[in-house]
Write a protein that binds this ligand. Sequence first.
Ligand code: PMP
Length: 410
Amino acid sequence: MSWIEEKAHAELARIREAREKQVYPYFREFETGGLHTQIAGRPIVNFSSNDYLGLTNDPRLKAAAHAAVDKYAVGLSSSRIQATTTEHVVLEKRLAKWFGYEKCVTFTTGYQAMVGLIATSADKDTTLVLDSFSHACILDGTFLAAGVPGKAPEVRFFNHNSSKSLERILKTRERKNAMVFVEGIYSLDGDRAPLKEMVEICKRHDAVLVVDDAHGSGTLGETGRGSLEDLGLTSKDVPILMTAFSKSFGGIGGALLGNGEVIEMVQHAARSFLFSASLPIPIVSAVTTALDIMEESGPQMVRELHEKRDYMRGNLIAAGFELGASTTHIMPVFCRDERKTLFMHVALLECGVLMVPVTYPGVKVGEERLRVNVTRGHTQEDMDTALEHLKMYGEAFFVLSGEELGPYED
Ligand code: PMP
Protein backbone atom coordinates (compact mmCIF):
# COMPACT_ATOMS: atom_id res chain seq x y z
CA MET A 1 0.00 0.00 0.00
CA SER A 2 1.26 3.53 -0.71
CA TRP A 3 1.38 5.96 2.21
CA ILE A 4 -1.77 7.70 1.01
CA GLU A 5 -3.70 4.43 0.84
CA GLU A 6 -2.48 3.56 4.35
CA LYS A 7 -3.48 6.99 5.59
CA ALA A 8 -6.95 6.73 4.02
CA HIS A 9 -7.45 3.27 5.54
CA ALA A 10 -6.52 4.53 9.01
CA GLU A 11 -8.62 7.71 8.72
CA LEU A 12 -11.71 5.71 7.71
CA ALA A 13 -11.77 3.41 10.77
CA ARG A 14 -14.83 5.12 12.33
CA ILE A 15 -16.67 5.15 9.03
CA ARG A 16 -16.07 1.40 8.53
CA GLU A 17 -17.31 0.68 12.04
CA ALA A 18 -20.49 2.72 11.48
CA ARG A 19 -21.14 0.92 8.19
CA GLU A 20 -20.63 -2.49 9.83
CA LYS A 21 -23.16 -1.55 12.51
CA GLN A 22 -25.52 -0.24 9.83
CA VAL A 23 -25.76 3.22 11.32
CA TYR A 24 -23.67 5.12 8.76
CA PRO A 25 -25.88 8.12 8.00
CA TYR A 26 -24.27 10.19 5.23
CA PHE A 27 -24.43 10.47 1.44
CA ARG A 28 -27.89 8.90 1.31
CA GLU A 29 -29.10 9.10 -2.26
CA PHE A 30 -32.23 11.13 -2.99
CA GLU A 31 -34.09 9.82 -5.99
CA THR A 32 -36.17 12.97 -6.57
CA GLY A 33 -35.79 16.67 -5.66
CA GLY A 34 -37.40 18.79 -2.95
CA LEU A 35 -38.34 18.27 0.69
CA HIS A 36 -40.61 15.34 -0.19
CA THR A 37 -38.25 12.90 -1.80
CA GLN A 38 -37.43 9.22 -1.99
CA ILE A 39 -34.53 7.12 -0.69
CA ALA A 40 -34.13 3.50 -1.87
CA GLY A 41 -37.59 3.61 -3.42
CA ARG A 42 -39.33 4.79 -0.22
CA PRO A 43 -40.93 8.20 0.38
CA ILE A 44 -39.03 10.46 2.78
CA VAL A 45 -39.73 13.88 4.27
CA ASN A 46 -36.48 15.78 4.67
CA PHE A 47 -36.23 17.70 7.95
CA SER A 48 -32.52 18.49 7.55
CA SER A 49 -32.86 20.61 4.44
CA ASN A 50 -32.05 24.32 4.17
CA ASP A 51 -34.85 24.80 1.64
CA TYR A 52 -36.46 27.14 4.18
CA LEU A 53 -39.16 28.59 1.94
CA GLY A 54 -39.82 25.35 0.08
CA LEU A 55 -38.76 26.91 -3.23
CA THR A 56 -36.28 24.33 -4.59
CA ASN A 57 -39.04 22.31 -6.18
CA ASP A 58 -41.23 25.26 -7.17
CA PRO A 59 -42.40 24.95 -10.82
CA ARG A 60 -41.71 28.68 -11.39
CA LEU A 61 -38.01 28.25 -10.52
CA LYS A 62 -37.79 25.16 -12.71
CA ALA A 63 -39.45 26.94 -15.65
CA ALA A 64 -37.01 29.86 -15.29
CA ALA A 65 -34.05 27.48 -15.30
CA HIS A 66 -35.38 25.67 -18.39
CA ALA A 67 -35.84 28.94 -20.26
CA ALA A 68 -32.31 30.04 -19.34
CA VAL A 69 -30.84 26.79 -20.67
CA ASP A 70 -32.67 27.36 -23.95
CA LYS A 71 -31.56 30.99 -24.25
CA TYR A 72 -27.95 30.60 -23.09
CA ALA A 73 -26.59 27.17 -22.12
CA VAL A 74 -25.99 25.23 -18.93
CA GLY A 75 -22.50 26.53 -18.18
CA LEU A 76 -20.39 29.46 -19.32
CA SER A 77 -17.04 27.69 -19.57
CA SER A 78 -15.20 30.51 -17.87
CA SER A 79 -15.06 32.82 -14.88
CA ARG A 80 -17.06 35.99 -14.50
CA ILE A 81 -14.33 38.33 -15.72
CA GLN A 82 -14.93 37.01 -19.24
CA ALA A 83 -18.25 35.21 -18.83
CA THR A 84 -20.78 37.63 -17.37
CA THR A 85 -24.35 37.72 -18.72
CA THR A 86 -27.08 40.32 -18.49
CA GLU A 87 -28.86 37.90 -16.14
CA HIS A 88 -25.97 38.04 -13.64
CA VAL A 89 -25.93 41.84 -13.65
CA VAL A 90 -29.70 42.17 -13.33
CA LEU A 91 -29.73 39.78 -10.37
CA GLU A 92 -26.88 41.67 -8.66
CA LYS A 93 -28.63 45.02 -9.09
CA ARG A 94 -31.89 43.64 -7.77
CA LEU A 95 -30.24 41.99 -4.78
CA ALA A 96 -28.39 45.22 -3.91
CA LYS A 97 -31.70 47.10 -3.95
CA TRP A 98 -33.59 44.42 -2.03
CA PHE A 99 -31.04 44.16 0.76
CA GLY A 100 -30.43 47.94 0.79
CA TYR A 101 -26.77 48.04 -0.29
CA GLU A 102 -24.92 50.07 -2.91
CA LYS A 103 -23.52 47.10 -4.78
CA CYS A 104 -23.65 43.32 -4.96
CA VAL A 105 -21.47 40.65 -6.54
CA THR A 106 -22.54 37.03 -6.87
CA PHE A 107 -20.23 34.04 -6.51
CA THR A 108 -20.67 30.42 -7.56
CA THR A 109 -21.01 29.38 -3.90
CA GLY A 110 -21.46 31.18 -0.60
CA TYR A 111 -18.25 29.56 0.62
CA GLN A 112 -16.30 31.21 -2.21
CA ALA A 113 -17.92 34.58 -1.51
CA MET A 114 -16.71 34.60 2.10
CA VAL A 115 -13.26 33.18 1.34
CA GLY A 116 -12.85 35.75 -1.44
CA LEU A 117 -13.89 38.64 0.78
CA ILE A 118 -11.50 37.76 3.59
CA ALA A 119 -8.52 36.90 1.41
CA THR A 120 -8.95 40.17 -0.49
CA SER A 121 -9.52 42.49 2.46
CA ALA A 122 -7.11 41.30 5.15
CA ASP A 123 -3.41 42.20 5.30
CA LYS A 124 -0.74 42.79 7.94
CA ASP A 125 -2.55 45.92 9.18
CA THR A 126 -5.72 43.92 9.89
CA THR A 127 -7.03 41.97 12.87
CA LEU A 128 -9.65 39.39 11.88
CA VAL A 129 -12.06 38.84 14.77
CA LEU A 130 -14.13 35.66 14.61
CA ASP A 131 -16.93 34.16 16.68
CA SER A 132 -15.69 30.84 18.06
CA PHE A 133 -18.58 29.02 16.29
CA SER A 134 -17.73 30.48 12.88
CA HIS A 135 -18.70 28.59 9.72
CA ALA A 136 -15.94 26.82 7.76
CA CYS A 137 -16.03 29.49 5.04
CA ILE A 138 -15.04 32.18 7.57
CA LEU A 139 -12.35 29.96 9.10
CA ASP A 140 -10.93 28.92 5.74
CA GLY A 141 -10.86 32.49 4.39
CA THR A 142 -9.00 33.46 7.55
CA PHE A 143 -6.50 30.61 7.28
CA LEU A 144 -5.91 31.49 3.65
CA ALA A 145 -5.23 35.15 4.50
CA ALA A 146 -3.01 34.11 7.43
CA GLY A 147 -0.91 31.95 5.14
CA VAL A 148 0.17 34.72 2.78
CA PRO A 149 3.87 35.46 3.48
CA GLY A 150 4.49 39.02 4.67
CA LYS A 151 0.78 39.91 4.64
CA ALA A 152 -0.62 37.75 7.43
CA PRO A 153 -3.33 39.46 9.52
CA GLU A 154 -3.67 38.98 13.28
CA VAL A 155 -6.39 36.38 14.02
CA ARG A 156 -8.46 36.49 17.24
CA PHE A 157 -11.54 34.58 18.38
CA PHE A 158 -14.25 35.78 20.78
CA ASN A 159 -16.60 33.59 22.83
CA HIS A 160 -19.68 32.57 20.87
CA ASN A 161 -22.28 35.36 20.77
CA SER A 162 -20.57 37.22 23.62
CA SER A 163 -20.57 40.99 23.09
CA LYS A 164 -18.35 41.40 26.16
CA SER A 165 -15.75 39.03 24.76
CA LEU A 166 -15.93 40.75 21.36
CA GLU A 167 -15.29 44.14 22.94
CA ARG A 168 -12.36 42.79 24.94
CA ILE A 169 -10.75 41.44 21.76
CA LEU A 170 -11.29 44.67 19.85
CA LYS A 171 -9.79 46.72 22.71
CA THR A 172 -6.68 44.56 22.88
CA ARG A 173 -6.09 44.02 19.16
CA GLU A 174 -2.60 44.65 17.85
CA ARG A 175 -3.41 45.90 14.35
CA LYS A 176 -5.05 49.14 13.33
CA ASN A 177 -7.88 47.79 11.13
CA ALA A 178 -10.39 45.28 12.46
CA MET A 179 -12.93 43.11 10.68
CA VAL A 180 -15.51 41.24 12.76
CA PHE A 181 -17.36 38.16 11.45
CA VAL A 182 -20.68 36.90 12.79
CA GLU A 183 -23.63 34.91 11.49
CA GLY A 184 -27.22 36.12 11.59
CA ILE A 185 -28.36 32.61 12.55
CA TYR A 186 -25.88 29.87 13.44
CA SER A 187 -26.60 26.85 11.27
CA LEU A 188 -25.98 24.05 13.78
CA ASP A 189 -27.53 25.64 16.86
CA GLY A 190 -30.24 27.88 15.43
CA ASP A 191 -29.32 30.77 17.75
CA ARG A 192 -28.86 34.37 16.64
CA ALA A 193 -26.00 36.82 17.02
CA PRO A 194 -26.81 39.78 19.32
CA LEU A 195 -26.37 42.05 16.31
CA LYS A 196 -27.61 45.32 17.80
CA GLU A 197 -25.05 45.23 20.58
CA MET A 198 -22.32 44.07 18.21
CA VAL A 199 -23.05 46.91 15.76
CA GLU A 200 -22.54 49.42 18.59
CA ILE A 201 -19.31 47.76 19.72
CA CYS A 202 -17.93 47.69 16.17
CA LYS A 203 -18.79 51.37 15.72
CA ARG A 204 -17.10 52.23 19.03
CA HIS A 205 -13.93 50.41 18.02
CA ASP A 206 -13.91 51.41 14.36
CA ALA A 207 -14.26 47.81 13.16
CA VAL A 208 -15.93 46.63 9.95
CA LEU A 209 -18.75 44.22 10.79
CA VAL A 210 -19.44 41.41 8.33
CA VAL A 211 -22.66 39.42 8.76
CA ASP A 212 -23.06 36.03 7.11
CA ASP A 213 -26.84 35.85 6.83
CA ALA A 214 -27.03 32.62 4.81
CA HIS A 215 -29.67 31.27 7.23
CA GLY A 216 -31.38 34.58 8.06
CA SER A 217 -32.13 35.66 4.48
CA GLY A 218 -35.69 34.69 3.61
CA THR A 219 -36.43 33.53 7.16
CA LEU A 220 -36.20 36.67 9.31
CA GLY A 221 -37.59 40.19 9.03
CA GLU A 222 -41.12 41.10 8.07
CA THR A 223 -40.53 40.54 4.35
CA GLY A 224 -37.65 38.04 4.57
CA ARG A 225 -34.80 40.46 4.02
CA GLY A 226 -33.14 38.82 6.99
CA SER A 227 -31.47 39.63 10.30
CA LEU A 228 -30.98 43.34 9.52
CA GLU A 229 -34.61 43.93 8.59
CA ASP A 230 -35.71 42.06 11.69
CA LEU A 231 -33.62 44.28 13.97
CA GLY A 232 -34.15 47.56 12.14
CA LEU A 233 -30.49 47.72 11.03
CA THR A 234 -29.16 48.99 7.70
CA SER A 235 -25.99 49.00 5.60
CA LYS A 236 -24.82 51.91 7.78
CA ASP A 237 -24.70 49.48 10.71
CA VAL A 238 -23.48 46.40 8.87
CA PRO A 239 -21.12 47.51 6.10
CA ILE A 240 -20.79 44.04 4.53
CA LEU A 241 -23.47 41.38 4.22
CA MET A 242 -23.00 37.93 2.78
CA THR A 243 -25.75 35.52 1.84
CA ALA A 244 -26.16 32.18 0.08
CA PHE A 245 -28.73 31.03 -2.48
CA SER A 246 -28.60 27.39 -1.35
CA LYS A 247 -31.08 28.02 1.45
CA SER A 248 -34.18 30.22 1.08
CA PHE A 249 -33.48 31.05 -2.58
CA GLY A 250 -33.76 27.41 -3.61
CA GLY A 251 -30.60 27.33 -5.73
CA ILE A 252 -26.88 27.60 -5.15
CA GLY A 253 -24.46 30.52 -5.08
CA GLY A 254 -23.39 33.36 -2.85
CA ALA A 255 -23.65 37.12 -2.74
CA LEU A 256 -21.56 39.85 -1.14
CA LEU A 257 -23.18 43.21 -0.56
CA GLY A 258 -21.57 46.47 0.48
CA ASN A 259 -20.18 49.82 -0.55
CA GLY A 260 -19.60 50.16 -4.32
CA GLU A 261 -15.82 50.35 -4.24
CA VAL A 262 -15.40 47.64 -1.61
CA ILE A 263 -17.43 45.22 -3.73
CA GLU A 264 -15.56 46.25 -6.85
CA MET A 265 -12.24 45.66 -5.10
CA VAL A 266 -13.33 42.11 -4.24
CA GLN A 267 -14.63 41.61 -7.78
CA HIS A 268 -11.24 42.52 -9.23
CA ALA A 269 -9.06 40.66 -6.74
CA ALA A 270 -10.82 37.65 -5.15
CA ARG A 271 -9.19 34.51 -6.48
CA SER A 272 -12.24 32.40 -5.58
CA PHE A 273 -14.14 34.67 -8.02
CA LEU A 274 -11.57 35.19 -10.77
CA PHE A 275 -10.22 31.63 -10.95
CA SER A 276 -13.45 29.67 -10.71
CA ALA A 277 -16.28 29.37 -13.25
CA SER A 278 -19.33 31.69 -13.29
CA LEU A 279 -22.56 30.93 -11.49
CA PRO A 280 -24.54 28.98 -14.15
CA ILE A 281 -27.33 30.99 -15.80
CA PRO A 282 -30.12 28.46 -15.12
CA ILE A 283 -29.31 29.02 -11.44
CA VAL A 284 -29.14 32.81 -11.87
CA SER A 285 -32.59 32.75 -13.47
CA ALA A 286 -34.03 30.46 -10.81
CA VAL A 287 -32.66 32.68 -8.02
CA THR A 288 -34.03 35.79 -9.77
CA THR A 289 -37.42 34.08 -9.87
CA ALA A 290 -37.13 33.21 -6.18
CA LEU A 291 -36.54 36.92 -5.55
CA ASP A 292 -39.64 37.79 -7.65
CA ILE A 293 -41.65 35.36 -5.52
CA MET A 294 -40.33 36.79 -2.25
CA GLU A 295 -41.06 40.34 -3.40
CA GLU A 296 -44.59 39.44 -4.48
CA SER A 297 -45.26 37.55 -1.28
CA GLY A 298 -44.32 40.45 1.02
CA PRO A 299 -44.67 39.17 4.57
CA GLN A 300 -46.74 36.10 3.66
CA MET A 301 -44.05 33.43 3.15
CA VAL A 302 -42.05 34.41 6.23
CA ARG A 303 -45.24 34.38 8.28
CA GLU A 304 -46.07 30.87 7.09
CA LEU A 305 -42.56 29.70 8.01
CA HIS A 306 -42.85 31.28 11.46
CA GLU A 307 -46.23 29.63 12.11
CA LYS A 308 -44.70 26.23 11.36
CA ARG A 309 -41.62 27.04 13.43
CA ASP A 310 -43.81 27.97 16.42
CA TYR A 311 -45.95 24.84 16.08
CA MET A 312 -42.95 22.51 15.89
CA ARG A 313 -41.02 24.28 18.66
CA GLY A 314 -44.05 24.29 20.99
CA ASN A 315 -44.62 20.57 20.47
CA LEU A 316 -40.96 19.57 20.75
CA ILE A 317 -40.62 21.44 24.03
CA ALA A 318 -43.93 20.11 25.35
CA ALA A 319 -42.67 16.58 24.59
CA GLY A 320 -39.55 17.28 26.68
CA PHE A 321 -36.92 17.62 23.95
CA GLU A 322 -33.92 19.85 24.50
CA LEU A 323 -33.34 22.40 21.73
CA GLY A 324 -30.24 24.09 23.15
CA ALA A 325 -29.92 27.80 22.42
CA SER A 326 -32.17 27.72 19.34
CA THR A 327 -34.72 30.50 18.88
CA THR A 328 -35.37 30.00 15.17
CA HIS A 329 -36.68 27.51 12.59
CA ILE A 330 -33.36 25.64 12.99
CA MET A 331 -34.05 23.53 16.08
CA PRO A 332 -31.47 20.86 16.82
CA VAL A 333 -32.87 18.00 18.90
CA PHE A 334 -30.13 17.21 21.42
CA CYS A 335 -29.54 13.51 22.14
CA ARG A 336 -26.15 14.10 23.85
CA ASP A 337 -24.83 10.67 22.97
CA GLU A 338 -23.48 9.38 19.66
CA ARG A 339 -25.28 6.04 19.70
CA LYS A 340 -28.62 7.52 20.72
CA THR A 341 -28.32 10.06 17.91
CA LEU A 342 -27.47 7.44 15.30
CA PHE A 343 -30.19 5.04 16.48
CA MET A 344 -32.78 7.86 16.43
CA HIS A 345 -31.72 8.75 12.90
CA VAL A 346 -31.99 5.17 11.61
CA ALA A 347 -35.34 4.51 13.33
CA LEU A 348 -36.84 7.77 12.04
CA LEU A 349 -35.63 7.08 8.52
CA GLU A 350 -37.42 3.71 8.62
CA CYS A 351 -40.59 5.73 9.25
CA GLY A 352 -39.93 8.11 6.35
CA VAL A 353 -38.52 11.01 8.40
CA LEU A 354 -35.01 12.20 7.58
CA MET A 355 -33.21 13.97 10.44
CA VAL A 356 -29.46 13.89 9.87
CA PRO A 357 -27.31 13.16 12.94
CA VAL A 358 -24.57 15.63 13.86
CA THR A 359 -21.86 13.94 15.94
CA TYR A 360 -18.19 14.44 16.84
CA PRO A 361 -16.13 16.01 15.27
CA GLY A 362 -18.96 18.15 13.76
CA VAL A 363 -19.90 19.04 17.36
CA LYS A 364 -18.25 18.45 20.75
CA VAL A 365 -18.70 15.07 22.46
CA GLY A 366 -21.86 15.33 24.59
CA GLU A 367 -23.50 17.79 22.16
CA GLU A 368 -24.62 15.21 19.59
CA ARG A 369 -27.95 16.12 18.05
CA LEU A 370 -30.35 15.54 15.18
CA ARG A 371 -30.45 18.31 12.65
CA VAL A 372 -34.07 19.48 12.57
CA ASN A 373 -35.01 22.40 10.32
CA VAL A 374 -38.67 23.27 9.91
CA THR A 375 -39.48 24.88 6.60
CA ARG A 376 -42.42 26.54 4.93
CA GLY A 377 -42.59 23.54 2.59
CA HIS A 378 -43.48 21.08 5.37
CA THR A 379 -47.15 20.21 5.71
CA GLN A 380 -49.12 19.83 8.94
CA GLU A 381 -49.07 16.08 8.36
CA ASP A 382 -45.27 16.09 7.89
CA MET A 383 -44.82 17.87 11.20
CA ASP A 384 -47.30 15.68 13.10
CA THR A 385 -45.79 12.46 11.73
CA ALA A 386 -42.29 13.64 12.62
CA LEU A 387 -43.37 14.65 16.13
CA GLU A 388 -45.13 11.33 16.74
CA HIS A 389 -42.07 9.31 15.72
CA LEU A 390 -39.65 11.58 17.53
CA LYS A 391 -41.61 11.08 20.76
CA MET A 392 -41.85 7.33 20.28
CA TYR A 393 -38.13 6.83 19.62
CA GLY A 394 -37.10 9.57 22.01
CA GLU A 395 -38.62 7.40 24.76
CA ALA A 396 -37.35 4.10 23.33
CA PHE A 397 -33.73 5.33 23.17
CA PHE A 398 -33.88 7.30 26.46
CA VAL A 399 -33.33 10.67 24.79
CA LEU A 400 -36.36 12.02 26.64
CA SER A 401 -35.52 10.51 30.02
CA GLY A 402 -31.77 11.21 29.76
CA GLU A 403 -30.96 7.68 30.99
CA GLU A 404 -27.95 5.79 29.59
CA LEU A 405 -28.35 3.30 26.78
CA GLY A 406 -27.34 -0.26 27.67
CA PRO A 407 -24.18 -1.86 26.22
CA TYR A 408 -24.09 -2.34 22.47
CA GLU A 409 -24.97 -5.88 21.45
CA ASP A 410 -23.85 -7.13 18.05
N1 PMP B 1 -22.26 30.41 5.58
C1 PMP B 1 -23.05 29.62 6.32
C2 PMP B 1 -23.44 30.07 7.68
C3 PMP B 1 -23.49 28.40 5.82
O1 PMP B 1 -24.25 27.60 6.58
C4 PMP B 1 -23.11 28.01 4.51
C5 PMP B 1 -23.57 26.71 3.87
N2 PMP B 1 -24.01 25.73 4.65
C6 PMP B 1 -22.28 28.85 3.79
C7 PMP B 1 -21.88 30.04 4.34
C8 PMP B 1 -21.76 28.47 2.44
O2 PMP B 1 -22.72 28.54 1.46
P1 PMP B 1 -22.65 27.62 0.16
O3 PMP B 1 -23.28 26.32 0.48
O4 PMP B 1 -23.39 28.41 -0.86
O5 PMP B 1 -21.20 27.48 -0.21
